[in-house]
Write a protein that binds this ligand. Structure first.
Ligand SMILES: [Zn+2]
Length: 310
């Protein structure tokens, strides 16, 4: 697998899947589980796990065929389609051992490697998919390089309250920047959001936020740069986790910034009006190692291949 050429078609498929991820669609959900299997296989050929995932796909298919009660109603954050029942949509949500979110406190300090982000401005495409507000459709080259691998930015979206907690502290909101590698593996940057000053980076996006669920809308006259929503300098936690929504696919490389960015009270309330609560409860750590590192946007600025300002 190490010498195989990038499978672009596969990557395109992965991108499509992730874009559609939170819109409920069974075929897409199944595909995502399948990609999750191959993603894990790409890093560690754990055949037992692949077998389990395949079993999950099979049982999910059976579920889809014989039980339409949930398939028709999608998952949600409350009631009988809420997080404690997500195992009915994908077994991994209830049986996975590397699920997200978890409480973060550094247990394995000493990882000195950082990561590079290469974000630039793109015209805004935004969707209210019924589960969150999501920004997508970035120009090519918006990417993250971590552990020697490149991941392309697919979308970013928001949760309230935060899903991860940092030393037990929960924040009013959290942003997830979701990236995919050529092999379909996922890498997500989490950014905590606390109440404070008005955020000029989110302002033009919130101005056109769709309050009701619907199709994606594009605004060629609104340019947005994801780098505006990343803290300048911050420690970060790195861990292996999962998607925090069904199908809860594992093998996701997570980087969660310790330092929050700020949204004004009005900006937080605007999101909460559209999505009052979209946060998965904390999952078991199961002895997972969490590494701590340092990120500096200004240090990246001085590198030719790093972060770009425009
Ligand atoms: Zn998320």
């Amino acid at each position: 697998m190490s010498d195989s050429k990038p499978d672009l078609k596969f990557n395109e498929k992965a991108q499509k899947v992730i874009k559609e991820m939170t819109r409920f669609d069974w075929s897409v959900a199944l595909l995502t589980v399948a990609i999750g299997s191959f993603g894990v296989a790409g890093m560690i050929p754990d055949y037992d796990k692949i077998e389990n995932e395949v079993a999950n796909i099979e049982s999910t298919e059976v579920h889809e065929t014989h039980d339409h009660s949930h398939a028709e109603h999608s998952w949600s954050y409350e009631g009988d389609t809420g997080p404690e029942y997500w195992g009915e949509f994908s077994d991994t949500c209830s049986t996975g051992k590397f699920q997200s979110p978890i409480n973060l406190s550094a247990t394995d300090i000493g990882s000195n490697d950082s990561f590079d982000i290469n974000y630039s401005s793109s015209p805004l495409t935004i969707v209210n998919n019924g589960h969150t507000i999501q920004v997508e459709g970035f120009d090519e080259g918006n990417s993250l390089t971590i552990d020697g691998k490149d991941y392309e930015l697919l979308q970013y979206h928001f949760h309230t309250p935060s899903e991860y907690t940092v030393d037990g502290e929960r924040f009013p909101m959290e942003m997830h920047l979701v990236h995919t590698g050529e092999d379909g593996n996922l890498a997500v940057i989490g950014v905590m959001i606390r109440e404070g000053a008005e955020n000029s980076g989110i302002a033009p996006i919130w101005d056109v936020m769709p309050e009701e669920a619907g199709s994606a809308e594009s605004f060629s006259d609104i340019q947005v740069n994801p780098a505006d929503l990343v803290p300048d300098d911050s420690k970060y936690y790195k861990l292996s986790g999962s998607l925090t929504t069904p199908p809860c696919t594992e093998g996701v490389k997570w980087v969660v910034m310790e330092k929050p960015i700020e949204f004004s009270k009005t900006q937080i309330e605007k999101f909460q009006k559209a999505h009052p609560h979209n946060s998965r409860p904390l999952q078991d750590t199961n002895g997972r190692g969490i590494e701590e590192g340092s990120f500096s946007k200004s240090a990246l600025n001085s590198k030719s291949n790093g972060f770009k300002l425009s």
